[in-house]
Design a binder for this molecule. Structure first.
Ligand code: HEM
Length: 203
């Protein structure tokens, strides 16, 4: 069987990804400004809401969004990385085994950063919490830079643009790996409404 373009990423994954990316970067780059404090706190809370929704989606979402479909052992992740140097490296239709760990780290660090920020905003934990929020935010940015570089390297090694599928949902794979087309559109709207309501409620 040959690989053909199939639907891999559902609406929740795609809308969630770009909302999270924009919210995280907005929160990061408005952190130092007093006058942009409302934008900083709101975007941080939107990021937290998206991560919480994505965690639920990791248990009930479509095939390639499920944690069980992409969390592999550290050994498999190392083997995947070693095989990248081969002329024909292992191809994965969803997240590859190393990428799967990066997804967990990105979701976890973003959630911790936003939670520390929320505690800070409510003046819980004093100076320690302020420092923790700052350190976590910088670690998150470092990981985001690694993430974007890894996406670029993986796209080059596999001769496949991985960014486009995060917009269109369509990626190279086998026909029997395709997800049901666009079933999650309503859920994606729900994700945005949930993110907005949670951000407003916690503000
Ligand atoms: C702005 C530049 C960015 C680009 C070009 C980008 C690109 C991508 C791509 C192509 C994937 C899919 C990887 C694969 O095929 O396995 C992905 C997944 C992911 N990215 Fe990014 N990303 C960016 C920024 C971010 C930021 C700022 C965050 C978080 C703070 C982030 C978090 C994630 C997460 C959590 C996933 C997994 C998606 C899921 O399964 O729901 N990304 N990204």
């Amino acid at each position: 069987m040959n690989r053909t373009p199939i639907h891999v990423w559902d609406w929740v994954v795609r809308v969630g990804h770009w909302t999270l990316a924009c919210a995280f970067l907005t929160a990061y780059f408005t952190a130092e400004s007093e006058s942009l404090r409302l934008i900083h706190t709101t975007s941080g809370l939107v990021a937290l809401a998206v991560v919480l929704f994505r965690i639920v989606w990791g248990f009930v979402g479509s095939r390639h969004a499920l944690f069980t479909s992409f969390i592999r052992s550290p050994k498999e992740a190392m083997t995947y990385l070693k095989h990248l140097r081969r002329t024909n490296p292992d191809h994965h239709t969803g997240h590859n085994p190393a990428g799967g760990w990066a997804v967990i780290a990105l979701l976890g660090l973003t959630a911790l950063t936003a939670t520390a920020g929320l505690a800070n905003y409510n003046e819980w934990g004093g100076h320690m919490m302020e420092k923790a929020h700052e350190v976590l935010a910088n670690l998150s940015l470092g990981l985001v830079i690694v993430h974007v570089l890894a996406v670029a390297i993986s796209s080059w090694v596999h001769r496949e643009n991985l960014v486009n599928p995060m917009f269109t949902g369509v990626k190279q794979g086998y026909a029997n790996e395709a997800i049901a087309v666009e079933r999650g559109r309503f859920t994606a709207v729900l994700l945005l409404v949930w993110a907005a309501v949670l951000a407003w409620w916690l503000r």
